[in-house]
Unconditional design. Structure first.
Length: 361
């Protein structure tokens, strides 16, 4: 009988958080100019990737479904940091950043990530299976959160445009916390077995990290998140200027933030689908979508009210159609407990339509 090799953290995962925090110190000390901006940008991306890696290590130690929950919350912290940084920067269109980023996260996860996972799983394993007891509650909560946060502001009449009054904003934030908190309770305590891999799922055979490695990853995760928050704040004007120079619409800022944050987690979900662990893929994807709304909306609501910043949450007609289509197709995809590559293609086509209509509105 062969024994698995002892788990070790790679050197880059140990050094990047320390280097990123050092660079953050240089930035706060006044380092500026194009070369420094490029270095800070590379460090920001590296810190995001490293933060997600350490979250995965902690997640591997804690097991399912706690692992995917930890990863989703860590990714959402990064997303919230970037959104709040751009909101506080006060640039043109800052009131739309939260809306565009949350909507982009839903489209990327429910169509891009889910579609790619289903496609890869269908190609490699025919009809991969998952537990509808876990995916259906997640999709139900996602539909309620998306409607309360992004759709309802279109139809309210107490404030002009697609906005909430401060009282309505507080209510929406509270509802988001209640829905997400209840889902987490169901996922981790009351019905934890609903979110465990379905029978026949491929197991994760990688050597689990020890207590020391998991603790080190927890510390390095915090350092990485500190670096991400600080560097995002410093680079926020440069991000907006670069997108404006490219002629991209304002909503592209939200897409860029969501892409940056969700790309590593998307890779993790696709790897799980390739290993015939589609339940883990859906836990990652849907958990991130829920955290993206359930935790982001309360935070941006507090920031908007506390700093008297304008905040527009209601989406436009095109986005409303895409959201309705996405939720409807997702219901059909997750209804039977198994998928084929056809469903993956459908989700990816919807995702392509979203990207195209964002760039060519």
């Amino acid at each position: 009988m062969t024994h698995a090799r002892k788990f070790r953290l790679p050197w880059w995962s140990l050094s990047i958080p320390v280097v990123a925090c050092a660079l953050l110190g240089f930035a706060m000390g006044g380092a500026a100019g194009t070369p420094w901006t490029l270095i800070f940008g590379i460090s920001l991306i590296a810190s995001v990737l490293t933060a997600v890696y350490h979250a995965e290590v902690v997640a591997h130690r804690t097991g399912e479904p706690f692992g995917t929950l930890i990863l989703a919350i860590a990714v959402t912290v990064i997303e919230v940091a970037l959104i709040v940084s751009l909101m506080l920067a006060g640039g043109d269109g800052g009131e739309f950043i939260a809306r565009d980023t949350v909507f982009a996260a839903i489209m990327i996860i429910c169509n891009g990530v889910v579609g790619l996972c289903v496609l890869v799983g269908g190609i490699r394993h025919g009809e991969p299976k998952f537990r509808v007891e876990g995916t259906n509650p997640a999709l139900t909560v996602l539909a309620a959160l998306a409607t309360l946060a992004l759709v309802l502001p279109i139809f309210t009449t107490s404030s002009p445009g697609s906005t909430y009054t401060p009282a309505q904003l507080k209510f929406a934030g509270l509802c988001s916390l209640v829905l997400y908190g209840t889902f987490v309770f169901i996922q981790t305590v009351r019905h934890r077995d609903y979110f465990l891999p379905a029978g026949g799922d491929g197991g994760d055979h990688a050597a689990p990290p020890g207590n020391l490695a998991a603790f080190a990853s927890g510390v390095l995760l915090v350092l990485s998140l500190v670096a991400v928050v600080g560097l995002a704040k410093i680079l926020s004007p440069s991000i907006e200027s670069a997108l404006q120079a490219m002629g991209a619409p304002k909503s592209a800022v939200g897409v860029a933030i969501a892409m940056l944050v969700l790309m590593p987690e998307g890779f993790a979900a696709v790897r799980a689908a390739s290993a015939n662990r589609l339940q883990t893929s859906f836990n990652l994807a849907l958990g991130s979508a829920l955290a993206s709304i359930g935790l982001t909306i309360p935070v941006v609501a507090m920031v908007s009210i506390g700093f008297a910043l304008p905040l527009t949450l209601g989406i436009g007609p095109v986005e409303l159609v895409l959201l309705t289509l996405t939720l409807g197709v997702s219901i059909l995809t997750l209804a039977l407990g198994r998928t084929t590559l056809l469903q993956g293609v459908v989700h990816l086509v919807i995702f392509a339509a979203y990207i195209f209509l964002t760039l060519v509105p």
